[in-house]
Design a protein around this ligand. Structure first.
Ligand code: DC
Length: 223
């Protein structure tokens, strides 16, 4: 098993930006596991599947068998580029629904573990330090206040919020989705006991990245 940096936390805490920069600095692979749940949700919708227990086996088969490409910012499933299509309010909701299904999670966790068998990774999500890699070399839990997270999501160009409306609508949707992530039975969002919490509310991205890199280098040197 190659070294793993696990970065978890709620939406809008800065996981993507920080994990990508840390991976670039280390020269390691970056894996956005939220994009995997989103791509599965997108393909399930395209096939007209129910995003709940009724079609759990079919959605889990998509999660297990679909050809998925996650290269830099680009996401493709079964050869279709879904980079923009997976970041809409509808897909926020659809991804949170498929992420509640244990058999879907099992299939994606297996794929996530396979990435670390191939080389060192910086992986971000909700359950990376608790379920996917409980033995990760470094575990970071990024957080920020709900107001700050909503402000960041509203100004994130990767997310198509043109139909989402005002920032308080974004804040409400984010809070509702966080509640789903934290209260689901299957691998809810929670901090691993041995994770380092970094509150990014009033920090610049560069200083969060430096802080995380310091932790990673310290841990790698300590062996
Ligand atoms: O990080 P994101 O917003 O792109 O994630 C999309 C959804 O998938 C969100 O509802 C949380 C869920 N998710 C998860 O349950 N486990 C992960 N490891 C990553 C994301």
């Amino acid at each position: 098993m190659h070294p793993v940096v696990a970065i978890d936390g709620p939406s809008g805490a800065g996981k993507g930006t920080v994990a990508r920069a840390v991976a670039r600095e280390l020269g390691w692979r970056y894996v956005d596991t939220g994009a995997m749940y989103r791509a599965v949700a997108w393909e399930a919708c395209r096939r007209g599947l129910a995003l709940d227990e009724r079609d759990e086996d079919r959605v889990a088969a998509v999660a297990a068998d679909a050809e998925m490409e996650l290269e830099h910012e680009h996401v493709a499933i079964n050869g279709r580029d879904v980079t923009g299509a997976i970041r809409t309010p509808e897909m926020d909701d659809a991804a949170a629904r498929v992420a509640r299904l244990p058999r879907v999670r099992k299939a994606l966790v297996a794929r996530q573990q396979a990435y670390a068998a191939a080389g060192p990774v910086v992986m971000e999500g909700r359950d990376i330090g608790t379920v996917v890699f409980p033995g990760a070399d470094v575990k970071i839990f990024l957080d920020a206040t709900p107001a700050e997270r909503a402000a960041r999501r509203s100004s994130d160009p990767a997310h198509d919020l043109s139909r989402a409306g005002a920032i308080d609508v974004v804040a409400d949707a984010l809070a509702a989705r966080d509640r789903l992530d934290r209260t689901r039975d299957a691998s809810p969002l929670r901090k691993a006991e041995d994770a380092t919490v970094v509150d990014t509310t009033s920090l610049q991205v560069a200083s969060v990245v430096e802080h995380v890199l310091d932790i990673v280098r310290g841990r790698l040197e300590a062996g």
